[in-house]
Write a protein that binds this ligand. Structure first.
Ligand SMILES: [Zn+2]
Length: 95
């Protein structure tokens, strides 16, 4: 079960966001920050208007921001990737 399908990447820590929290799914370090030093103020969340990255297929990747007064989490959302080129597990008989 180590190959979890992470579709968001923490831009701050360049780490896959796999940790569930009350605010969403974040990277381990953001989760730790949330729990050990809860951010203050109102929470705003919004999509950033400009793409922050592009895939190899030149598809834009947008970031979603969660913004507190003193803390910000930016999640890079990867576009839906087709798993067509991912070779299916094939059973090979060793004869
Ligand atoms: Zn993070």
């Amino acid at each position: 079960m180590r190959n979890e399908h992470a579709t968001t990447i923490c831009l701050e820590h360049q780490s896959a966001e796999t940790q569930a929290t009350p605010h969403g799914t974040f990277c381990p370090r953001c989760k730790q920050r949330l729990y050990t030093n809860p951010p203050q103020g109102n929470l705003m969340s919004f999509w950033e208007s400009q793409p922050v990255a592009y895939t190899l297929e030149r598809e834009p990747c947008f970031a979603y921001s969660l913004l507190w007064e003193n803390f910000r989490i930016r999640s890079l959302h990867l576009p839906e990737v087709s798993t067509a080129d991912e070779p299916a597990t094939q059973l090979k008989s060793h004869s």
